[in-house]
Design a protein. Sequence first.
Length: 150
Amino acid sequence: MTPRRLRWIFNLWPPYLFAGIRVEHIAADWSAARVRMDLRWYNRNYVGTHFGGSLFAMTDPFWMLLMMEALGRDYIVWDKAGEIEFVRPGRGRVHANFRIEPGVVDALRVQADAERSVRHWFETTVCDADGEVVARVRKQLYIRRKRPAE
């Protein structure tokens, strides 16, 4: 799977399509991604701001997918936990950026090779068009090297 093809699939995937979520970019080396969501009549909550579930959904799969591809097929990567802190109401377009900092992949690979498994927290913010933080999202990944029979 290429980043370009995965972006295309995400943008046609019904849960994202019908929530108004668009994947704008996935880096060719799987080190970064950018997602946005416009406020529409069908993704507003009762008070006219972004539905919290959609804010979380727009960030949900990216840390796991980026790390899976960056680590390669010799490793298992699963979402283990997630949390979201709503900072201010989301009105209009919001976006989230994901970037794996240099050295993180190698450090997690070394740690997973030395230990049975690794749990690591990644953080991203959801911001509005003015760059104001709408929500902070944390995802914990479970990472381990595959066993020979897997």
